[in-house]
Design a binder for this molecule. Sequence first.
Ligand code: ZN
Length: 319
Amino acid sequence: MSAIAETPAISIVEVGPRDGLQILKSILPTAHKKRWIAAAASAGVREIEVCSFVPAAVVPGMADADEIVRYARTIAGLQVIALAPNVKGAAAAFAAGAHKVTMPISVSVQHNLANIRKTHAQSIDELRRVIDLRDQQPKASRPAVEIGLSTSFGCSIAGAVPLEDVLRLAEKCLATGADHVTPADTIGIANPAQVKRVYAALYGAFGKAKIGGSHFHDTRGQGMANALAALEAGVTSFDASLAGLGGCPFAPGASGNICTEDLAWMLEEMGLSTGIDLAKLLACRDILKDGMPNEKLSGHLAEVGLARTQSGGRVAAAR
Ligand code: ZN
């Protein structure tokens, strides 16, 4: 191993158009979603979870999922991700051209039953059907299937979630054919020490290549500390949401995912390249303000701006 630390390429995955929007009362118009996705890509975001293929009766804001994926696929170089809770959603996501489908399965059985009305055995059966369908796609353009291991760090219903349960479900998902699994802090209850334990265990059991990335919510204000702990554990891919969009059904007023622009600033200031132009990224917030004037936007960087940086303005400089 080289003694000289290499600068890893960090990927920030914008999940706001899915995780951020799905819980809001406001519906962001389709045209605004397209502008946001295009603007984020133009700011250097290379992966975006653009929508969720769920019934419009359940989540009215995702009724345009097919149109959004097809639009996002026209943006060169952009990795287009869609969430699908079942084989019906996955089929629609594959047909629209998603590069990757994320399927949530909660480590907590109670949460899985409440969220997608399935036992673990039923979820694994559903995953098997999704994998069969994936394997029928043309090899050259075959999408990836990633499992979001919801409630990996704690559950709003069951309480503490044992690490052995995370490992057991991860093992089942990978054995069934999932390309990756990602532990998700669905309710924003993780702490940095736990984050390091969970990643060390997952990397040790399955190898780094099988663990997708990270997914933190900032419900208790620990999101950035948890992201830093994940970084130190070796994680190089981070889900985040512009303006910390979203929320938590169990904590009214709480912010949603960790804030994309604050995370990008931290990583860039640490000397890690995200490929993101922060000024352009901050400007994306105007699209949200315009499309959803009643929604609260979070984020510290937006409050203070880019005028002062430890790196002498490197991150704000034109690229
Ligand atoms: Zn989430």
